[in-house]
Design a protein around this ligand. Sequence first.
Ligand SMILES: [Zn+2]
Length: 198
Amino acid sequence: MVEYIVMELECLGSVITSAIEVYPKETKGFLLDNYTELIGSGNVGIIDIGGAYPSQTDRRRRDSLTEDGTASSRVVKSLNISGNVIGKYHSHPYSGREKLNVPFINDSDIDYALEGMKEWDMERWLEVILSIKKRRYEEEGNDGLSLKNYPHRFSIRATPFTGFEMEMWGFWINKKGNYRGVDILIPKISRRKRKIRF
Ligand SMILES: [Zn+2]
């Protein structure tokens, strides 16, 4: 069976906003999906990531997170959407002349994923990592999100001369702590026709 992972634009917006809000610290949060199985010429599974819930109570430092996500875990569980938790996202902030170091997942990311799998009783875990770096542009530009170099790279202008460069990767992690990188597809939605292509 072929499996695609798609992130809704609204959800991507939540991930980006929470990463920019705390930059240059790390952000993190839960990801929720609506799993759809399409049966046709071949079985195709679509993991449709439609929700991102930032965990604002975590104490954040640059390059490291002190985990105290119990409050957000409780809220997500009390909403009775536990069946839809597919994993988490977090950011890797970079600055100055540093290059976006992607695709990259470290040992503590895997430890958190293993804890999450235990807490939510899951067989596999999706960790989405958004590498982000602030940049200053020489030329004035319009505000907005640019997905023209996606996947995996994209950018957003926050002001006419400043913005953020970003790169996003997904990692499937299993109970043994093994992982593999996966593409997170962003659907191009024609609002008028409501057709989704990716
Ligand atoms: Zn990390």
